[in-house]
Unconditional design. Structure first.
Length: 108
């Protein structure tokens, strides 16, 4: 099984679940690498492995983790009320869930 995170996987926004073996998937995120390391000077977003592993029955946990990261990024530089944060989280999860379902069904 080819486990190249740049080409394979189930994409939902800037997140991707990539098959690792017959039972496991790894969560990847698309972003521009930091200015240090082997990707120094890169300007194009690439997929990066996160070391977070899931099985098909835990895709919901992968989506929740990704949604939590997206929500944190959204309120990193501003304050938001709890009701707004909950609505925003729900919108993020709904969008990611729909993308995963479409990808799994081959309707992407």
């Amino acid at each position: 099984m080819d486990d190249n995170c740049q080409t394979n996987g189930i994409v939902f926004g800037d997140w991707k679940l990539v098959p690792v073996d017959s039972r496991n998937w790894e969560l990847c995120h698309r972003h521009v690498a930091r200015a240090t390391g082997r990707h120094k000077g890169g300007t194009r977003p690439q997929w990066h492995r996160l070391g977070r592993f899931y099985q098909c029955n835990t895709f919901d946990a992968a989506i929740q983790y990704a949604a939590d990261c997206e929500l944190k990024d959204g309120c990193h530089d501003r304050a938001m009320g709890l009701a707004y944060a909950i609505a925003e989280y729900r919108a993020i999860v709904d969008g990611m869930s729909a993308a995963v379902i479409a990808a799994v069904r081959g309707q992407e």
